[in-house]
Design a protein around this ligand. Sequence first.
Ligand code: AMP
Length: 224
Amino acid sequence: MKTFEELGVAAPILRAIQEMDYEAPMPVQEEVIPFLLGEDNDVIALAQTGTGKTAAFGLPLLQKIEVNQYHPQALILCPTRELCLQIVDDLNDYSKYIENLKVLPVYGGSSIESQIKMLKRGVHVVVATPGRLLDLMNRKTVDLSRVRSVILDEADEMLNMGFTESINAILAEVPASRNMLLFSATMPQGIASITKKYMNNPKEIVIGNKNEGNKNIKHVYYMV
Ligand code: AMP
C-alpha cells in the first residue's frame, strides 16, 4: 500500500491530513489521486458514501488550484445542502495550510446576496447544488468560463431529484476542455448518458460491487 506522499500529495495538504489522522489512503484514494494529479483525465467512480471519496477528488483538486487567480477553477455539483456543506468543511480542512484558498458553498435556502458578494470578492472552488447555481448563472453573477475541473458527486441522487436538465444547462457553460469526475453509488441509465455526452474516454473505477448497497446499511421496509 502506498502513502499519500507516494501518491503525489503535496506538503501543505499532507500536513493537514496528517493532523486529521489520515494514516494511509483508502482504496478509492489510491486509485483516483495519482490519476487526477497526473493529467486532466476523466474518471467514473462507483463508490458509496463512507469510502473516502471526498478526499479522493478533493486533494488533487485543491493541489491544482492556482491561488493567485481569483476565479472559479473547480466546480463540484452535489444533490443536497447537507452534502454541499460537508464537502466544503472537508475541503477547508484539507486546504488549511494553503493560504488564501477560497471555497464557496452555493445552495438554495440561504442568502443569495451573500453568495453573490463572495463570488465578487473571488473564489477558487464552488461547491453547489444545481438549482441555486443555475439561478446565479441566470443572474450572470458566476463565471464558469475558466473552470478546469468538474466533479459530479452522488450523481445518481442528483438525477433522482430531477436535476438532469439543470446539470445539462450547467455543463453547457463550462469549457469543453475541463476534466470531469463522476461519483455515483449506482449506475442507472441516466448516468451512462451523461458520461457518454460529457466525458472523454473515462477511466472507470469500481470500489465494492456495482449497483449494490453499502454492507453497513440495513434496509427495512413495512407493507402498508
Ligand atoms: P467520505 O466517503 O468522503 O464521506 O469519507 C468518509 C469518512 O472517512 C470521512 O469522515 C473522512 O474524514 C474519512 N477519511 C477519508 N479518507 C481517510 C483516510 N485516508 N484515513 C482516515 N479517514 C479518512
